[in-house]
Write a protein that binds this ligand. Structure first.
Ligand SMILES: CCCCCCCC/C=C\CCCCCCCCCC(=O)SCCNC(=O)CCNC(=O)[C@H](O)C(C)(C)COP(=O)(O)OP(=O)(O)OC[C@H]1O[C@@H](n2cnc3c(N)ncnc32)[C@H](O)[C@@H]1OP(=O)(O)O
Ligand code: FAD
Length: 639
């Protein structure tokens, strides 16, 4: 079948209103309209072409990114795009660039840690891109005193950086503080005296994150004017006297809370993109299983394919909703901080750190699983999956290594439990710890598979598992005379307790979402199926935790798996419509396997001939290397 919609028969199977689901996915009608308009704007502009990225050399690739960034900025100004529209434009251009760090970290660092005066001086320059900044925290070695190494945008483009370094006055070390430092001349871009700066080299994958100039930076007797220390949290007077404002020192790390929150929202985008490709292709691909000469089976109908694919589809939706909630939490904590209420900062830190860790790990693994779900064709660059994986996978490391972040969550959990004794009632995401006595001894009430569809049953099982794992850690920790030694020794268990807590957050936020009014025929019902798939898939995957803590019995674990299989069958007819609801353009997906019309094979065939290797029938190098070898073989054969 040439042309036409090869997935039309799949789309007809949908049991819900796809247009209404698009609004739910986008967050609101307004968000949908902005996203839809900007995605089409980018897709229809040849200046944003990206299919040639894997073929370009590093220098060509980087220059191309600079061109796109400058062009995007020009369009933002010409079209008078709002901040929301501009950030959607960046999203659909789909190419990491120095501008991400400028807008995503340099500006927020000044906003969060600069005084009013400092903000008035620096923000207008940064907003007009009259200076370009990056965020320089990570070191080549360790200790905030060697060379900065990794900051994006630093290598070749940034004129300024917020640099994190130790502040020492009168011989006293006051710890790490942020400083605005000019790195390059605003006239000819050369590094200022005493500054050594450059790119750190090629990274994983062709194209991919190599559009970014991650950099190295060294200072040799560089003087930073006193008023360029970010002084909202602490100050140094003209006389060199150090003082602290009446705000927690942890605010110095506030930019990370902001960025981690955006990374969680971004995880649902990256995962949904991979899932969209794998789901459409799984419906197009037929392999074996034909009976009586009929067509072969669509691979999406294999239960094994469903049990690998549908939990990822459900995870994409789960991460979307937890990302929405996290955005609310971040806005709430920001408003509280402005009113000098710092009480929710530890929770915001624990949630952003933990959810960043969980969602990025699941997304990176999920993209790779989607590649495998697409068989051999998934390994072609034209599937879009290799580049997506290579661009995405550092999210498990940047903005805090995922294990290090889970240890931050574990500290928060242990602290929360230790405060129960003093009568402090836990709130927010740890409110369930207030019921710890009940959760330590409750019994799951599941008798038949359908009992697992009750939200209260699911929630109690996840709460009990999390509480029991945290309590076990706290008990074991109390056996150590040195708490830090105990924390180090038990860090493996603590990480698992943190994972259980974060999974509970995601499951509970999905359930809360379903308690809202969700318009559209069948939409809520489909989301209910996905929510149950997400929860029961986790329960099945981590059944060792649930069983060993006595939260469920082996029979109940078996029933959960039985229910999960039934849920996959319910999701099957809706699968294509559920990925259509992401509303991704073919340009954004960048994948032949995932194209909307499902016309995969002719497009793959055509794309192959566009590869530079196929420019000539006989390749370069044939005369030099292959021809003499063939001749040699001929001679040997005659001998
Ligand atoms: C118009 C155009 C528009 C375009 C728009 C484009 C927009 C783009 C938007 C966004 C894009 C962003 C792009 C991002 C790309 C990726 C960039 C990656 C950047 C980086 O990687 S930056 C480097 C980040 N580094 C880390 O994350 C390091 C990880 N380590 C930690 O977080 C450590 O905790 C620490 C280094 C911060 C501290 O360590 P330490 O001093 O030892 O302190 P601790 O003992 O751990 O903690 C003490 C105390 O503080 C609490 N705490 C720790 N961190 C935080 C925090 N972030 N917030 C609040 N509180 C924190 C901790 O719980 C302890 O509390 P306690 O004393 O126990 O109560
Ligand atoms: C693509 C990319 C972009 C980046 N962009 C920026 C940027 O713009 N600005 C910036 O400042 N930085 C940036 N970074 C750096 C990034 O933030 C760090 O790489 C990250 O925070 C991890 O730190 P590390 O590299 O020192 O890892 P390490 O801390 O050395 O981790 C190595 C291993 O040790 C383990 N480990 C470390 N500490 C502990 C512990 N306490 N307990 C148990 N295990 C531990 C980790 O789990 C990991 O397995 C970027 C990194 C990448 C890959």
């Amino acid at each position: 079948m040439e042309g036409g919609d090869h997935l039309a028969h799949e789309r007809k199977k949908a049991q819900f209103d796809v247009e209404a689901m698009k609004i739910v996915w986008a967050g609101s009608r307004h968000a949908f309209e902005v996203s839809d308009r900007i995605s089409k704007l980018v897709a229809s502009d040849p200046a944003f072409r990206k299919d040639n990225r894997p073929m370009l050399s590093r220098k060509e690739l980087f220059k191309n990114t600079l061109r796109k960034a400058a062009y995007a900025w020009k369009r933002i100004i010409e079209l008078r795009l709002s901040e929301e529209e501009a950030s959607k434009l960046r999203f659909y251009v789909d190419e990491p660039a120095f501008t991400d760090l400028h807008w995503g970290m340099f500006l927020p660092a000044i906003k969060g840690q600069g005084t009013e005066e400092q903000q008035q001086k620096w923000l207008p320059l940064a907003y007009k891109m009259q200076i370009i900044g990056c965020y320089a925290q990570t070191e080549l070695g360790h200790g905030s005193n060697s060379s900065k190494w990794w900051p994006g945008g630093l290598g070749k483009i940034s004129t300024h950086a917020v640099v994190y370094a130790r502040l020492i006055t009168d011989g006293q070390d006051h710890g790490v503080h942020g400083f605005i430092v000019q790195l390059r001349s605003l006239d000819d871009h050369s590094p200022l005296p005493g500054i050594t700066v450059g790119d750190i080299g090629m990274k994983f994958g062709n194209g991919a994150y190599n559009t970014m100039d991650n950099g190295v930076l060294r200072f040799d007797h560089v003087r930073i004017p006193r008023d360029q220390m970010l002084m909202k949290v602490s100050q140094v007077s003209r006389e060199g006297k150090y003082s602290q404002s009446n705000v927690p020192r942890q605010l110095v790390y506030g930019t990370m809370v902001f960025v981690r929150q955006t990374i969680v929202a971004d995880a649902s985008c990256a995962l949904s993109r991979a899932v969209c490709i794998a789901t459409r292709y799984s419906a197009v691909r037929r392999q074996f299983g034909s009976q009586n000469g009929g067509p072969e089976t669509q691979v999406i109908d294999y239960k094994t394919q469903q049990s690998r694919l549908f939990p990822l589809l459900a995870s994409a939706y789960a991460f979307r909703f937890v990302g929405e909630w996290l955005k609310w939490l971040y806005t709430d904590v920001t408003q509280r901080l402005q009113a000098n209420d710092f009480s929710t900062l530890p929770e915001a830190h624990a949630c952003t750190a933990g959810l960043k860790s969980l969602t990025t790990a699941a997304t990176a693994d999920g993209i790779e699983e989607c590649r495998k779900l697409c068989g051999g064709h998934g390994y072609l660059c034209s599937s879009g999956l290799p580049e997506l994986f290579a661009v995405y996978v550092p999210a498990c490391t940047y903005e805090g290594d995922n294990t290090v972040l889970l240890l931050q969550v574990a500290r928060f959990l242990v602290k929360t439990l230790s405060q129960l004794g003093s009568g402090k009632q836990p709130v927010g995401t740890t409110a369930y710890m207030g019921q710890v006595e009940h959760l330590m001894q409750c019994h799951c009430n599941v008798q038949k598979a359908e009992d697992w569809l009750k939200p209260a049953v699911i929630l109690e099982a996840f709460e009990a598992r999390s509480a029991r794992m945290s309590v076990a850690c706290a008990k074991n920790l109390s056996k150590f005379t040195n708490p830090e030694e105990g924390f180090a020794e038990l860090s493996g268990d603590l990480v698992e307790a943190a994972i259980a807590h974060c999974q509970l957050i995601i499951v509970s936020k999905f359930i809360e979402k379903l308690q809202q009014d969700i318009p559209g025929k069948g939409v809520k019902q489909q989301l209910g199926v996905l929510c149950n798939i997400y929860a029961l898939f986790l329960l099945h995957k981590h059944q060792g935790d649930f069983l060993s803590t006595g939260c469920i019995t082996p029979k109940q674990a078996y029933l959960a798996n039985e229910q999960l299989r039934a849920l996959y069958s319910q999701a099957r007819p809706n699968a294509i419509a559920l990925v259509d609801a992401f509303n991704y353009t073919d340009h954004y997906l960048g994948s032949i396997l995932g194209c909307y019309d499902g016309n995969v094979y002719p497009k793959l065939y055509e794309a192959a001939w566009k590869d530079p290797l196929n420019d000539s029938v006989v390749p370069d190098g044939y005369r030099e290397y292959i021809w003499p070898m063939l001749k040699q073989q001929l001679r040997t054969a005659r001998l």
